[in-house]
Design a protein around this ligand. Structure first.
Ligand code: S3P
Length: 169
């Protein structure tokens, strides 16, 4: 059964694309952040605040591996940082087909301005500082995202066009 992992920066559209793609391919949709919240009983913000980012990355890797090893037939949307820590990207490519949603900086920043309160890495940044932070962060993360087996250049494309491209692979 098909198992697809969607990777990409925060607000790149992984969950939005994942939900529609899962419906089209008749697979289950899993959101790694939601899975972590259900396993720990804590919000993502709460984990960062009370236990710190290193702890979050450890739990994130454990939950990821738990899903990859035990399940098949899913669309999994991981966090923006998931591919960039430990052996996560190698594990993803071992167990599933990886797709990188490459979304323009401007789109990411505009979406994050509206949604940053739920994202501990950017929640304290002013709108003015957001562009520089995201540009730098993306530059650092790109080498990990580029290990994906398929890259979708999101640009101005709508969700239907994006899922059609992934569905034929
Ligand atoms: C993170 C992205 C978030 C979440 C956490 C850390 C990151 O997920 O896992 O806040 O390091 O980019 P989304 O990409 O779904 O926002």
């Amino acid at each position: 059964m098909k198992s697809i992992v969607l990777i990409g920066y925060m607000a790149s559209g992984k969950s939005a694309v994942g939900i529609v793609l899962a419906e089209k391919l008749n697979l289950k949709f899993i959101d790694l952040d939601a899975y972590i919240v259900s396993k720990t009983g804590l919000s993502i913000g709460g984990i960062f605040e009370t236990k710190g980012e290193i702890y979050f990355r450890k739990i994130e890797s454990e939950c990821l591996l738990g899903i990859l090893e035990a399940q098949s037939g899913y669309i999994l949307a991981v966090g923006g940082g998931t591919p960039c820590y430990g052996n996560n990207m190698e594990s993803i490519n071992k167990y599933a087909f990886s797709v990188f949603l490459k979304t323009p900086l401007k789109v990411l920043v505009n979406r994050l301005k509206a949604e940053k309160q739920n994202r501990p890495l950017v929640s304290s940044l002013s709108d003015a500082d957001l562009t520089e932070f995201v540009a730098k962060h993306l530059f650092e993360r790109h080498p990990f995202y580029e290990k994906a087996q398929l890259t979708i250049d999101v640009k101005e494309r709508g969700i239907t066009e994006i899922i059609n491209e992934i569905a034929v692979v």
